[in-house]
Design a protein. Structure first.
Length: 297
């Protein structure tokens, strides 16, 4: 392993989720060689303050990483601003990162996969990010590779490089051109029918998402997110405990605990059958499409 990427963990007001996230990371073989940077967002209101303080009490006790650094925000940044500003700050001294939120648990080989991929694909500019969370899709046994690529980026257990991150237009300055071009929207939606509606919601101020803008950056650069064929991380926040969480089990997966090594492919190719499965996973119902049309047309 040429270089170990720092782990950047964003936490807020979920002490039990945060503990499970950290404990799963500590089971990784590369945990002791990894630097952990924690950004703790400030409380949004008095109601959240007690749990924010509980999280802060816990993270100050964390041991087992190469070293741990904590940034305590004085005010509430919100998830989007916290992630964008936090990753940007870390990139002042690093050329790659592994990013986690406080509701993602990992398998013991997650860090191994992420670091291997971040090293192997550093010079491949068609790979814009790496994630340990493959969507709950069924990959044929005939597909013998350990990785695949997708139009869709993931915000669950992901990593990227400084030179990609610095090219992102977080303001989406070309949105007026994009929204007037149905063909371009259709191309963006190759990663799922929900992408364009989410970007519209972001630009209208109905949501505050860094992740949809991150996916749009992949699209603009004709780039992909790279995944393992088996789940190395999963979201445990589908209990309505988080700002953007829901109770849906649609995206639930079972962690792969036994696989420890992954072969990388020099020039990974998009597999249409995998792309179609991800499209189907995020296909919108007719009712949802009508609602989106009425909201954003």
């Amino acid at each position: 392993m040429d270089k170990i990427a720092p782990i950047v963990l964003f936490v807020y007001n979920r002490p039990e989720h945060t503990k499970r996230t950290v404990e799963s990371l500590l089971k990784n073989t590369l945990a002791r060689a990894s630097k952990l940077l924690i950004f703790s967002d400030g409380a949004k209101n008095d109601k959240d303050l007690k749990k924010v303080n509980a999280v802060r009490d816990y993270i100050k006790t964390i041991k087992g990483f190469d070293r741990t650094e904590i940034v305590l925000r004085d005010k509430n940044f919100g998830l989007a601003n916290s992630v964008i500003s936090g990753i940007t700050e870390v990139f002042k001294q690093n050329d790659r990162v592994i990013a986690m939120e406080d509701d993602i648990i990992t398998s013991p080989s997650f860090l191994n996969f992420m670091n291997k991929a971040l090293t192997f694909y550093q010079e491949n500019k068609s790979i814009y990010s790496v994630s340990g969370y493959p969507y709950p899709i069924k990959i044929s046994n005939k597909y013998q590779k350990d990785i695949f690529i997708s139009y869709r980026a993931s915000s669950w257990g992901w990593g990227t490089w400084k030179d990609r991150w610095e090219k992102v237009d977080w303001e989406i300055k070309d949105f007026s051109t994009f929204i007037s071009d149905k063909k371009t929207q259709k191309l963006f939606d190759r990663g799922g029918q929900d992408l364009t509606p989410m970007l519209k919601a972001q630009m209208k101020g109905n949501v505050d998402s860094w992740a949809i803008r991150w996916s749009y950056a992949h699209f603009k650069k004709n780039a992909f997110c790279l995944y393992p064929i088996v789940p190395l991380c999963k979201n445990i926040g589908t209990d309505k405990s988080g700002t953007h969480s829901s109770s849906s089990k649609k995206l639930d997966v079972n962690l792969e605990e036994s696989k420890t090594d992954f072969d990388m492919v020099k020039k990974p190719e998009l597999r249409e059958e995998i792309a179609q499965q991800i499209q189907r996973l995020f296909k919108l119902s007719l009712t949802r499409r009508i609602i989106n049309y009425l909201k954003f047309s």
